[in-house]
Design a protein around this ligand. Structure first.
Ligand SMILES: [Zn+2]
Length: 227
């Protein structure tokens, strides 16, 4: 019995260590209304120049759809003029996706995690006039310590409800449409890529949006729903 209690305590202790009570990754909007957030990562890692996918961007702007972008600092710096123009719309929200897109921020020393966040905040604020309030981990990878560090920097971590998989090589627009439309529920945070690495999205997005509108959905920015 004592041995059993020891084992239980060890297991529970491990669970508590892995899940600090304060830290929380948002993966869903707090509503049962028919709303979804369209979010677009604009990833750029060192030596992999990336630019706006204009099929997607032109569509979003032409339709007047609210959306949230998560550029890395490298993408924001490379596309600063266009990001400044895009962000002038009150429909567009720009948040923080690290500076150089390290695939495993949980393996970085704490000071590097802090500088990835702070440098991107400073750059985005200088381009858009607004300091990011949300952070999204590159590739969604984190641990309790990095999560706590991001929260201590004053950002909430916002990920996604389900992966669209839009960077998957060879993915057809039809598959992307069917997958997203079969999964989506009220309050979902949808994730796509607007950095030219998701060629199916430009074709699929208008279909997805039209079908969701037909189902009675409307679209929101994250900062409208997550105060
Ligand atoms: Zn990314």
């Amino acid at each position: 019995m004592a041995a059993m209690r020891t084992v239980l305590a060890a297991v529970l202790g491990l669970a508590f260590w892995a899940l600090p009570v304060s830290a929380q990754v948002v993966t869903k909007l707090p509503t049962s209304d028919k709303v979804v957030a369209l979010t677009f990562d604009a990833c750029e890692a060192p030596n992999k120049a990336a630019y706006f996918d204009h099929t997607i961007l032109d569509y979003l702007e032409k339709e007047g759809l609210p959306f949230t972008m998560f550029p890395t600092g490298l993408f924001a710096r490379r596309n600063a003029q266009e990001l400044a123009r895009v962000s002038r719309s009150p429909l567009v929200e720009v948040e923080n996706h690290s500076f150089s897109h390290p695939m495993h921020m949980e393996r970085l020393p704490p000071d590097r995690v802090a500088s990835e966040i702070a440098a991107t905040d400073r750059l985005i604020q200088s381009i858009t006039g607004r300091k990011p309030i949300f952070f999204r981990f590159p590739a969604g990878n984190y641990d309790a310590a990095t999560l706590a560090e991001v929260e201590a920097s004053g950002h909430r971590v916002v990920h996604w409800t389900f992966a669209s998989g839009d960077p998957i090589r060879g993915l057809s627009p039809q598959h992307l449409e069917e997958w997203v439309l079969s999964k989506v529920r009220p309050g979902d945070i949808l994730i796509f890529h607007i950095n030219g690495r998701a060629p199916a999205t430009g074709t699929a997005l208008p279909v997805i949006v039209a079908r969701l509108k037909a189902r009675g959905y409307r679209f929101v920015r994250l900062d409208e729903m997550l105060k």
